[in-house]
Design a protein around this ligand. Structure first.
Ligand code: MGD
Ligand code: MGD
Ligand code: SF4
Ligand code: MO
Length: 744
């Protein structure tokens, strides 16, 4: 049979590259960049330089991939499995779920998910129909925080990360004059944004980077500020102080379109640069310089990454960043922080059937009485105002508080949580405080994992259900909460008799739903049928969308929509610098700096034993979180976990470059290999996340080496250290000590 080419969307990271997959008789031959993707120039390095794509064949046909449904036969964690049919697996799971629901109520089932890598609406749909509001995972520490902050303060989503573009103006200079990146490293993490930044720099835009590490992104900056980890709110409030004091703000925009400027003026007075310098360790003059550049080079874009979302002071820092953008007039300006409209297809919000969850069940969402913002109470309040103006709901995440749910599983309080389904996540690697995660997962009555591999999390499951990955399923994806939509087709067969039987996440959840009496709500047999339904507003099927429109829908931009629409989707109809939503939810309506609860200043006694500040999880190629460790060609590029330590600090501790060291905190210790790095303050160290070793035994106690180098063993998730508004836990602020591993 001749070679066939099919266009698909790669999901081995969030760049969502559209690729051309060549196959013969249903076997993968090669994958290339898809020349019909108009964003192709925004990819760097081009997909053909991508290490994960280069390892595609190894991935797809890897002997360790789970090919058929597995049922646990030994004790939990013994790595003893029996192959079962899909019918048996789904029948048995459904019976167990019914039993648990009858005994403890539907809220006793939780879903755990990682970063959005699949059609998550199907999981929400299943849960909303089942009656449980309890979803845990990354919502409160990744993307959810910025979505909620935007929707609360400017009343809608602001274009973010992967879909940002910077266009040349008529004079050949970029429309965007200044790029402000805080706590984000696109050079390692977001290819598209990195290329955008490069191009804009080449055309003459200026770049400001705020990061405790001198990343390659920081090296490209015109101004790089190196704060003490966790102090960004003080830094940003001080920049706001300078912008106001020096009269550099956009008086017209502030006067006409902002609410609470006078209150910001008052609050910002608490952060003169000299005081902020003491807190942040950034010299006062540099704070002034950055503030002036940002405020005078308009329009500009500002993006935060996990450097803010992983802080105890997360929401306050994000709010300060949005305030700064607003007072210089960048919101929804051409070349500024653009607010895309909703996608034109039937979106995830509608597909997830949130209206099917009763008010009484919503109230049971664990932790949402305390951490309300990125949970149902905050979301529903914010939606009311968004909807009034836009006629649509913005994209927001509303999850239970993960640390609180883990404790509920263990203690039975506030009520029993007895079952969990993991969809596209690896909680034993990516959630904080892994000893607690382990205890919780081990104590469940039923644990189901939908994945491709026997990850350390899957090792603890009762059933492991082999999912189809992106290459084996059709896709229709809004580009990260943007109005842009791309489509892709199933490039390889999900089911090959005798070889493997993968089901899409949709089919699995539908299969369970039907067995649990939800049949009328799952009318589409396949994911492709769903895509056809989603495309109805465009008047085409997925096939037609791919053929006629190259699988792309990018509506034109419209700027300053607030003028036409008469305001913003917030309670006051203005950009709420002073957030009345936060006020209604019972929080401080303005940003205030709080010292991290574990730091040399708040816990000086502890700092005697643990003198170093630990930041974790800075992204690095060739990996995506905990994935790809079993793909040889990828692993070869980066066989071991690295901890960055300042050479002075390391030498003082007798540690040489390349030595294995223990990283120890109050929670325990793990080992990584020291790499000297002088782009850090000597008191700060940086440990990588996501490390397990699929070559080690899968059974307890090894669990694929999950206790060896997994940084989340030493990271805290104490609810008292979570951000008071959102519930996000502190992945980037801990105290630690490091010392040489004697024998290894
Ligand atoms: N210490 C520390 N911890 C962190 C971070 C940090 O910076 N520091 N970062 C955090 C952040 S921002 C995030 S988003 C999380 C990421 O957390 P996770 O998303 O849990 O991380 P992954 O390792 O990508 O795990 C995803 C799992 O889903 C599987 N998978 C991928 N695609 C699909 C699919 O389509 N269907 C199914 N069923 N399975 C699929 C993969 O094989 C993999 O096992 O980690 C968080 N953890
Ligand atoms: N290769 C690769 N790419 C990825 C991923 C991956 O796992 N691997 N994960 C994807 C996901 S889910 C996400 S969320 C994105 C995240 O991508 P990024 O937002 O870039 O996330 P990080 O690399 O965790 O953190 C960014 C920077 O924040 C800095 N930082 C640490 N503490 C602080 C602080 O207190 N203040 C400030 N200002 N900065 C601080 C770190 O030094 C780091 O350089 O990447 C995505 N892309
Ligand atoms: S893994 Fe590589 S090809 Fe795939 S989306 Fe990411 S950058 Fe693109
Ligand atoms: Mo993330």
């Amino acid at each position: 049979m001749a070679e066939k080419m099919i266009r698909a969307i790669c999901r081995w990271c969030h760049s969502q590259c559209r690729v051309a997959v060549h196959s013969e008789n249903g076997r993968l031959v090669r994958i290339e960049e898809d020349p019909t993707d108009p964003r192709v120039d925004n990819i760097l390095p081009r997909t053909r330089g991508c290490p994960r794509l280069a390892g595609a064949k190894e991935y797809v046909y890897h002997p360790d991939r789970v090919r058929f449904p597995l049922k646990r036969v030994g004790e939990r964690g013994e790595n003893k499995w029996q192959r079962v049919t899909w019918e048996q697996a789904l029948d048995e799971i459904a019976v167990k779920l019914s039993g648990i629901k009858n005994r403890y109520g539907p809220e006793s089932l939780v879903s755990t998910a990682g970063t959005g890598r699949t059609h998550f609406w199907a999981r929400l749909r299943f849960f909303n129909l089942f009656g449980s509001p309890n979803h845990i995972g990354m919502g409160q520490i990744c993307y959810g925080p910025v979505l909620s902050a935007n929707a609360a303060i400017v009343g809608w989503t602001i274009r973010h990360r992967t879909s940002l573009t910077i266009e040349p103006g008529k004079d050949g200079k970029p429309v965007t004059k200044c790029i402000f990146l805080i706590g984000i490293d696109p050079q390692q993490a977001v290819h598209r944004l990195w290329k955008t930044v490069w191009d804009a720099k080449k055309m003459g835009a200026k770049l400001i980077v705020i990061d405790p590490r001198r990343t390659k992104t920081a090296e490209l900056a015109d101004i790089w500020l190196q704060p003490r980890p966790g102090t960004d709110t003080a830094l940003l409030m001080s920049m706001i102080n300078v912008i106001i004091e020096e009269g550099l703000y956009d008086k017209e925009f502030v006067g006409r379109w902002c609410y609470g400027f006078d209150k910001v003026v008052e609050r910002a007075k608490e952060y003169p640069p000299e005081k902020a310098a003491e807190i942040t360790w950034v010299p006062a003059e540099k704070i002034r310089e950055a503030a002036r550049m940002y405020a005078t080079l308009r329009p500009g874009i500002s993006v935060n990454g996990m450097g803010l979302e992983h802080l105890e002071n997360q929401q306050e820092a994000i709010q300060a960043r949005i305030i700064m953008s607003a007072i210089v007039g960048n919101i929804d300006a051409e070349g500024g922080d653009y607010m895309p409209g909703p996608p034109r297809i039937v979106d995830d919000g509608k597909l997830s059937l949130g209206n099917m969850l009763s008010p009484e069940q919503k109230k049971k969402q664990i932790g949402s009485d305390r951490f309300k913002l990125v949970a149902i109470p905050g979301r529903d309040m914010i939606w009311e105002y968004n909807e009034k103006l836009w006629g649509k709901k913005s994209t927001m995440l509303a999850t239970a508080n993960t640390p609180s749910v883990l404790r509920a599983i263990i203690t039975g309080k506030p009520y029993p949580v007895r079952a969990a389904i993991t969809v596209a996540g690896n909680p034993m690697l990516t959630l904080a405080n892994v000893k607690l995660v382990y205890k919780a997962l081990m104590s469940l009555d039923l644990y189901v994992v939908m994945d491709f591999w026997l990850t350390p999390s899957a090792q603890l499951a009762d059933y492991v259900l082999p999912a189809a990955c992106w290459i084996e399923r059709p896709q229709l994806e809004p580009v990260l909460a943007d109005c842009q939509v791309i489509g892709g087709e199933a490039a390889l067969p999900a089911k090959v008799p005798g070889e493997h039987e993968y089901w899409t996440d949709y089919e699995i959840l539908r299969g369970l739903g039907i067995r649990l009496g939800q049949e009328e709500h799952w009318p589409w047999k396949t994911l492709e049928d769903v895509c056809d339904y989603q495309l109805k507003p465009l008047g085409m099927t997925l096939r037609e969308f791919m053929d006629k429109k190259d699988g792309i829908d990018f509506p034109p931009n419209e700027y300053k929509k607030y003028e036409r629409m008469g305001g913003f989707g917030t309670p006051t109809g203005k950009v709420e610098l002073y957030s009345t939503i936060m006020e209604k939810l019972g929080y401080d309506p303005l940003p205030r700096y709080e010292e991290p609860k574990e730091s040399p200043f708040s816990t000086p006694e502890l700092a005697k034993e643990y003198p170093l500040m630990l930041i974790t999880g800075g992204r690095f190629q060739p990996y995506f979180h905990s994935e790809h460790r079993q793909i040889e060609s990828v692993r070869k590029r980066r066989p071991e976990p690295l901890v960055q330590i300042h050479p002075e600090t390391a030498k003082g501790l007798g540690i040489e470059d390349g030595d294995w060291v223990w990283i120890e905190t109050l929670r325990g210790r793990v080992r990584q290999k020291c790499t000297y790095f002088d782009g850090l303050h000597p008191q700060v160290v940086h440990g990588e996340h996501g490390w397990w070793f699929p070559e080690l035994p899968g059974e307890k106690p090894w669990l694929g080496g999950v206790w060896e180098s997994n940084i989340n063993v030493v990271v805290d998730d104490d609810p008292n250290r979570c951000n008071p508004r959102s519930g996000g836990w502190p992945l980037k602020t801990a105290l630690c000590k490091v010392y040489k591993v004697k024998k290894y």
